[in-house]
Design a binder for this molecule. Structure first.
Ligand code: ATP
Length: 231
């Protein structure tokens, strides 16, 4: 097991948003966090990287507690969040964006990242702001790889993108998974989730209300009706 979230509670001001979230990720596994808008998926990711400090409960990475550490220290251990709004530097070129994120000890160099994202290689001299939405998302994921993550968390990586780009990003996430990366995916597009995941968790009102394998999830339409309001 690479990551354990144990009974985490989290607040925004006085709002008790996470009400005891527990989940686990094995090495090399892709798990999703599903749930309706406002259920607490993004807040769960933020509590794992320390941006929202857990008020109760703990997060363990490779068996050691990381909750309580400042976000940069958790990131340095190899737990990395690719946020929903991408956070790339628009005035820097693609390659400058990647080099800025690079860490000496990283197993991922520019060429490794370009192998997964050949479009970024083609566009390496272009400014981040000149990229399409899909290319910006690829750059955000590529930048995260340069930091040498062991667990990558992707928050809505295909939101608002055209289907052909969605397919491309799904294929790229598969390639990243094939390197042994552990991934937590938050994504509204259920088809993408079921194409990529080994297991799913459903979050409702700040709690995990379901967990199951991808096969079990796919076989049970009732779950989708009950918790996600879709079928
Ligand atoms: P979505 O898909 O809408 O992002 P989510 O499951 O990721 O849904 P969160 O973003 O984790 O949901 O939000 C959980 C709850 O916390 C929501 O009620 C939201 O309004 C509230 N919330 C989120 N961010 C903040 C904030 N910075 N300050 C106060 N409340 C917040």
């Amino acid at each position: 097991m690479i990551l354990q979230v144990e009974d985490v509670h989290g607040y925004y001001g006085k709002s008790h948003i996470l009400q005891g979230v527990s989940l686990q990720v094995d090495a090399g596994e892709v798990v999703t966090l599903l749930g309706r808008n406002g259920a607490g998926k993004t807040t769960t990711l933020k509590s794992i990287v320390g941006v929202v400090a857990p008020a109760q409960g703990r997060v363990l990475f490779e068996g050691k507690q990381v909750s309580g550490l400042p976000p940069h220290k958790i990131a340095a251990r190899g737990v990395c969040l690719v946020p929903e709004h991408r956070g790339i530097f628009k005035l820097l070129t693609v390659e400058e964006n990647l080099k800025m994120a690079a860490r000496k000890e990283s197993a991922w160099g520019l060429e490794d990242v370009y192998k997964i994202f050949p479009r970024l290689k083609e566009r390496r001299k272009n400014g981040g702001g000149q990229l399409s939405g899909g290319e910006q998302q690829m750059l955000a994921i590529a930048r995260a790889l340069m930091t040498h993550p062991r667990v990558m968390m992707l928050d809505e990586p295909v939101e608002g993108l055209a289907p052909v780009i969605v397919d491309e990003i799904v294929a790229q996430i598969r390639l990243i998974k094939a390197t042994g990366m552990s991934i937590i995916l938050v994504e509204q597009n259920l088809e993408v989730c079921t194409q990529l995941a080994d297991r799913h968790y459903i979050v409702e009102q700040g709690r995990i209300v379901y967990s199951g394998s991808n096969a079990a999830f796919l076989a049970d339409d009732g779950i989708k009706d009950r918790y996600l309001g879709v079928n």
